[in-house]
Write a protein that binds this ligand. Structure first.
Ligand SMILES: Nc1ncnc2c1ncn2[C@@H]1O[C@H](COP(=O)(O)OP(=O)(O)O)[C@@H](O)[C@H]1O
Ligand SMILES: [Mg+2]
Length: 335
């Protein structure tokens, strides 16, 4: 803890942690059949060391949002509007060189979807981690490198003596997921984006990885952005949730609201589709129909065809309505 934090006690200086502000972010992909808007005017803020969850069905634009923030979009993808302010800097508006030198992996880091399956099979865990360190921190002694790697492995609950010399195929799925998290944390980022961090894992391991992410967020004083299609992962991990539908944020609420009194009809349907262990109901309610094709978006609410409450107004683009601290994009709430 630095001197200023000590003086402030439980009230850490805002300039130390700093808010993260995403404003009006839109991202498109150029495809053969035209331009596809994968992220449409998304805005949110993460204060202090909060976490935020990004939830939605497959194809709703969650990964694209993560890649956009990490400046790692596919070749045919580009940010067409918006800003991402962190520590008073618009990170989307600096040169690639500056971003690589000051931000990528150092301040903002990402566990990519499926990355535990792309660990290099021909290198030991320690060699892969050494490679990451040497490519991003040129002036580092061999002794320091080893101690940073050992600390990172210990942080994610692995025994360095056991895993350092192993090859990826010698480790379980849960261990490999811990390795990719350790890799993402090697350079001490202030923001961690985790894209579907538990998807390929069985349920017991899933909850261990979630507990790990929560512990790391607290101990490392990081902001965390968790991307998932699985609502049930969220309650203990983050404070707020962005519900994405067809590229838009249809609701941004605190976790309690999302689970107890969801605002948007889509969020309500998502909550109802979580299987309830205690319920004797055999059939899980899934949401009927499909989201619209993102390259053929017209005027009006994108959920209209699937919404049980749709009415005449919904043929026009819905407004963003603030209810307390929460935001919902829906005509039902227009006074
Ligand atoms: N490189 C790409 N080129 C064209 N379309 C893409 C590309 N990557 C993703 N998409 C499309 O963008 C939309 C959002 O995808 P994605 O961000 O991966 O969603 P999610 O992570 O929520 O499943 C989808 O319609 C997907 O098919
Ligand atoms: Mg994805």
């Amino acid at each position: 803890m630095n001197q200023r934090n000590k003086i402030n006690g439980n009230n850490p200086d805002k300039s130390v942690t700093g808010a993260l502000v995403v404003n009006d972010l839109s991202i498109v992909y150029k495809t053969r059949s035209g331009v596809l808007k994968a992220v449409d005017k998304i805005s949110f803020k993460i204060k202090d060391t909060q976490g935020i969850g990004i939830i939605g069905e497959s194809g709703s634009g969650k990964s694209t949002l993560g890649y956009g923030l990490m400046r790692s979009l596919a070749e045919n993808g580009s940010v067409v509007s918006g800003s991402f302010i962190f520590e008073d800097q618009d990170i989307l508006n600096i040169s690639e060189k500056d971003f690589n030198e000051k931000y990528r992996w150092k301040k903002i880091s990402m566990v990519f979807q499926g990355s535990m399956n792309s660990l290099d099979p021909v290198f030991t865990i320690e060699d892969q981690m050494k490679e990451i360190l040497s490519s991003h921190r040129k002036k580092i002694s061999s002794k320091d490198r080893i101690s940073i790697i050992r600390a990172a492995l210990t942080d994610v609950g692995l025994n360095p003596d056991f895993v350092s010399r192993k090859y990826p195929h010698e480790l379980s799925g849960g261990m490999k997921q811990r390795i990719v998290i350790a890799n993402a944390l090697l350079l001490g980022p202030r923001i961690l984006i985790a894209d579907e961090p538990t998807t390929a894992l069985d349920v017991v391991i899933q909850s261990q990885v979630l507990r790990l992410l929560k512990k790391l967020r607290e101990e490392k004083n990081m902001k965390i952005i968790v991307i998932t299609h699985d609502m049930s992962l969220i309650p203990n991990l983050v404070d707020r949730v962005i519900i994405m539908y067809a590229g838009q944020a249809v609701e941004i609420s605190d976790v309690k609201t999302v689970f107890e009194k969801p605002l948007h009809p889509y969020t309500q349907a998502l909550i109802q589709s979580i299987p309830n262990i205690r319920s004797s109901e055999k059939s899980i309610k899934f949401i009927k129909g499909d989201p619209p094709n993102l390259s053929e978006i017209g005027e009006g609410c994108r959920f209209i065809d699937r919404c049980p409450h749709a009415f005449e107004d919904c043929k026009n683009d819905p407004p963003d309505i603030l209810i307390g601290n929460n935001l919902v994009k829906c005509w039902l709430y227009k006074k």
